[in-house]
Design a protein around this ligand. Structure first.
Ligand code: PGA
Length: 249
């Protein structure tokens, strides 16, 4: 059975003290519903936030990880370090990492392997830019990101991860994909996974939508058969907004 998941991506926001307050607020407001909630905080916050989680549907995640296991890589954070904080998820391949930090599909494929080896659940992000959609290349772009980033995995490995479809033109722009656009792409993703890994794995895969998702549009997005939750940026920085999205299921 596929899970409903709402993950907050705090990005480079909140000091440690602000982050603790926000996490406490979210933790308090969770009322044992059938939705897995994940807080993807800055690295610096992980250990502290992990201590204050008391709800069994609330989990912790990082926003990135190194593509190397350990060693002389100044400033990098390994999957083992992330795991040791109590985190169980990691966002990999966010479009901001791809665009601003030159993360290629090959680098991302390495990160996914390392994360799975340490039993961290990757939230693997894919998405097209506006020009690609305008010339009708969006489905091909997404399939290439899947092929090159993930399709070297075994069925067992692939069965553990989560995909987030985040059209780049919708991230932080206030311009959300319509429920029809989201459903259409999520179905293309699920069908592509079906072609490679078969029906069961495709059916069990949680595919999250991300890009200007907020309490006012979450319910209509989540009502689609292939939209299994959301990856939330801006609206995850206020506990009330974030919980409004969690409760949209
Ligand atoms: P947004 O960001 O909700 O602020 O558009 C989503 C994301 O980048 O994960």
């Amino acid at each position: 059975m596929r899970k409903h998941i709402v993950a907050g991506n705090w990005k480079m926001n909140t000091t440690l003290q602000e982050g603790i307050e926000l996490a406490k607020n979210v933790n308090e407001r969770i009322s044992g519903k059938d939705v897995t909630v994940v807080l993807c905080t800055p690295f610096v916050h992980l250990t502290e936030v992990s201590q204050l989680i008391t709800k069994d549907t609330l989990f912790l995640g990082a926003q990135n990880c190194a593509d190397k296991e350990s060693g002389a890589y100044t400033g990098e954070v390994s999957v083992a370090m992330i795991k040791s904080t109590g985190a169980s998820y990691v966002i990999i391949g966010h479009s901001e990492r791809r665009a601003y930090y030159g993360e290629t599909n090959a680098i991302l494929a390495e990160k996914v392997k390392l994360a799975l080896n340490k039993e961290l659940i990757p939230i693997f992000c894919i998405g097209e830019v506006l020009e690609e959609r305008e010339v009708g290349k969006h489905f091909d772009v997404i399939k290439t990101q899947l092929d090159k980033g993930l399709f070297d995995l075994s069925s067992e490995e692939f069965g553990k991860l989560i995909i987030a479809y985040e059209p780049v033109w919708a991230i932080g722009t206030g311009k959300t994909a319509s429920p029809e656009q989201a459903q259409e792409m999520h179905k293309v993703i699920r069908d592509h996974v079906h072609g490679k890994y078969g029906k069961q794995i495709a059916e069990d895969l949680s595919i999250l939508y991300g890009g200007s998702c907020k309490p006012s549009n979450a319910a209509e997005l989540f009502a689609n058969p292939d939209v299994d939750g959301g990856l939330i940026g801006g609206a995850s920085l206020q506990a009330e907004d974030f919980m409004g999205i969690v409760n949209a299921f």
